[in-house]
Design a protein around this ligand. Structure first.
Ligand code: BGC
Length: 698
């Protein structure tokens, strides 16, 4: 880190900090290989087969067991869901990943990974079935809340941070490999894609998770890629993951329907069938060996990958942390901090922040104000021992103002007697989430649930009518929007004074909401999913599709290409203070560029700004999307303070995937480096020409 001017600090993202303590990066592979080979030599066929599957269909206290042999001293894997906390008894429910992503704060996401990894370990687990890193191709995807982003660069940074944090304690399992981005038809659909789109858009974040963060395992996807189930797709599981990326961990299938065959799956590189042996039963494997469809070496290879990680991670010696770490004070305050930083202020016509003054009359409106709404009730569901709802948060914050609660079905005409109405609206597990058929929920004694993909992005009728009725009667209307993805707001945005996206904010959501509404913290989140004005601004979307063609355009890439101006672009979010991104200095180094930009807080309170770097390739021969995110940084500034932010851009990030050569290539063309505060506000630019050999500022 160098200082450009005597009194101005240059801040940069420090990779060392992110990777500290990640056990996956500490493995001595030569030593492990020797030990594992000795151990494998002592194993008979039955013992090897036992390493290839889970042990029971339903988890035991949240743990899914796989393999393990006490006689050989080999422990089982004990896998625990999932992306917003430990799904085992009660645990800290963090804000969902799409909310955490809005912080653009990799150091914070590392701390979330640390906390979740520790809680999973304290529950007795040694593998966390997270993070979900399927690219948000369309915001209607039911599991959007589980993932981070519609952008692969942003997704990769968040994923690497989470993995490195969690792998201080347990192995991670980035999922679902790959192209799992439609829910209802996930068991059958084929994602059709060419190699360029696959490598440039849908896989870079998986690659970084493997290569930069040494993810211990990978979960395959249910769907097919180009007609072949991902659980038996050799292009993904062997050619790319092993041969190209050098992955050393194991692959487990997604549950029940993720392994579709015996020999083809094993041969393709599907190591462990979860949650139990259906296709990988001793009987099926014996038959496959006898028929010659499977050979001993391949079976040995897959079993070795399971044993390898158990030895490399020293699972037999792993200590179980005391349960008191679960929902401990530090994790609770982390959940609150993340929630505060995840909220995205989308509109504010001089109404926020509120002042807690006596005489101020606040109405809080809507069933969701008083509902525990942590996200879907699929595999990522987490139960916390206590949850702060928006109503709880407001009531415990306010000392001087008065707060009155109105349910959705109450007479809202009297809202005119209040200074301000806070309407809590949005979605729940009913409208979006992992698809849980009603029957299955009932048989498990749960609520009647649905989830699945959303056909359109509008709020349900009853929520629209709530906002409409409240806005008509209120003097000032603030809408808090809960949900796990983009929501269409254009039809009613004019009628409200402020809009704050709070996602599914986790167990401390309510207190975080109060802290932000009253200005203890200025909102600083930015959208990692574009909010279109209407569905017709996006690509065609069919939630029942069985064949889906993927190309280079989706999200902001699609919107920019078609010149559709969304309601709120990718990377957008307001603050209570104001910022100016000033000078831009770009210099070549041996492998890319140092991009330094000055950021000043020009307002009167502390706040954080997320600066973004996009690259546009012009005069290119290849088709290139209009612009792509290639760097970002988050800075917290006091009023009047200026900081120089350094973003490093590597030439490798500018390459496209050349399908003829099956390799990355840096095209000779003009590269415009654009810097600003959202994908559609990029006032600063630096232009560079690459002639195939040399770079020149132009
Ligand atoms: C989900 C996975 C999850 C697994 C175990 C599957 O249905 O797709 O994400 O980890 O169940 O609960």
């Amino acid at each position: 880190m160098s200082s450009r001017s005597a009194n101005r600090q240059v801040v940069a993202f420090d990779k060392q900090v992110i990777h500290a303590g990640n056990k996956g990066l500490d493995i001595n592979h030569e030593e492990v290989a020797v030990k594992v080979d000795a151990l494998m030599a002592s194993m008979n066929l039955e013992q090897k087969i036992n390493e290839l599957h889970g042990l029971q269909q339903t988890p035991i206290e949240g743990l899914y067991y796989a393999g393990g042999d006490p006689d050989l001293g080999i422990p089982p894997f004990k896998m625990v869901d999932g992306p917003r906390g430990a799904r085992a008894g009660t645990a800290t429910a963090f804000p969902v990943a799409i909310g955490r992503a809005a912080t653009f704060d990799v150091e914070l996401e590392r701390r979330v990974g640390l906390a979740m990894g520790l809680e999973v370990a304290a529950k007795g687990g040694n593998v966390i079935l997270a993070p979900t890193i399927n690219l948000l191709r369309h915001p209607g995807w039911g599991r959007a809340q589980e993932t981070y982003s519609e952008d692969p660069f942003h997704m990769g940074a968040m994923s690497v941070a989470f993995i490195s944090g969690a792998q201080n304690y347990v192995l991670t399992s980035p999922k679902h490999f790959a192209l799992n981005n439609l829910e209802i038809t996930r068991f059958e659909l084929s994602a059709n894609i060419d190699a360029r789109t696959l490598h440039e858009v849908y896989l870079p974040h998986f690659k970084r998770s493997v290569q930069e963060a040494a993810a211990g395992s990978i979960m395959s996807a249910y769907n097919k890629m180009n007609g072949v189930y991902c659980g038996e797709q050799p292009i993904l599981l062997t050619e790319i993951l092993r041969d190209d990326w050098g992955f050393k961990g194991f692959v487990e299938s997604d549950w029940f329907l993720g392994t579709r065959s015996t020999a083809p799956a094993i041969n393709s590189g599907m190591d462990i069938e979860m949650p139990a042996a259906f296709r990988y039963s001793g009987e099926n494997i014996q038959a496959a060996l006898e028929s010659g469809e499977l050979n001993d070496e391949t079976l040995h290879r897959n079993a070795r990958r399971s044993v390898y990680q158990k030895v490399a991670w020293k699972l037999a010696e792993m200590e179980v942390p005391d349960e008191s770490v679960v929902e401990c004070e530090a994790h609770i305050s982390l959940a609150r901090e993340v929630a505060e930083k995840s909220f995205v202020l989308l509109k504010n016509d001089n109404v926020l922040p509120l002042k807690d003054e006596s005489g101020l009359k606040i109405a809080i409106v809507g069933d969701l104000a008083d509902t525990i709404n942590l996200g879907d009730k699929g595999s990522s569901f987490v139960t916390s021992s206590e949850v702060s709802t928006p109503l709880d948060g407001l009531r415990s914050f306010v000392k001087n103002a008065s707060v009155e609660y109105f349910k959705s079905d109450e007479n809202l005409e009297s809202l005119g007697q209040f200074d301000v109405s806070i309407v809590v609206a949005g979605l729940t597990y009913v409208e979006e989430g992992e698809f849980i058929p009603t029957q299955q929920q009932e048989s498990e004694g749960g609520d009647l649930a649905r989830g699945g993909d959303r056909e359109d992005l509008a709020l349900p009728e009853h929520q629209l009518s709530l906002i409409d009725r409240a806005a008509r009667s209120s003097n000032k209307t603030i809408v808090l929007l809960e949900g796990g993805s983009a929501i269409q707001v254009t039809d009613w945005l004019e009628s409200v004074d402020a809009l704050l996206m709070v996602w599914y904010p986790g167990r401390e959501g309510g207190s975080a909401i109060a802290n932000v509404l009253f200005g203890h913290v200025s909102p600083s989140g930015k959208l990692s999913v574009s909010f279109p004005k209407a569905m017709n601004q996006l690509m065609d979307w069919d939630v029942n599709a069985l064949d889906v063609d993927h190309d280079l355009l989706h999200g902001y890439r699609y919107l920019d290409f078609h010149d559709h101006i969304p309601e709120f672009p990718f990377g957008f979010g307001l603050s209570y203070t104001s910022f100016v991104v000033g000078e831009l200095n770009v210099a070549r180094n041996a492998i890319g560029f140092d991009v330094i930009v000055s950021v000043t807080n020009t307002g009167d309170r502390q706040g954080a700004e997320i600066v973004q770097l996009y690259v546009e390739c012009t005069e290119a021969k290849m088709f290139r999307v209009p612009r792509e995110l290639k760097g970002f940084g988050r800075v917290t500034l006091d009023p009047g303070e200026t900081i120089d932010l350094l973003m490093e851009l590597n030439d490798t990030d500018l390459c496209y995937y050349n399908m003829d050569k099956s390799d990355w290539q840096l095209e000779a063309c003009r590269y415009e480096l654009k810097v600003g505060t959202s994908s559609r506000n990029l006032p600063l630019a630096s232009s560079w020409l690459f002639d195939g050999k040399q770079w020149q500022a132009a």
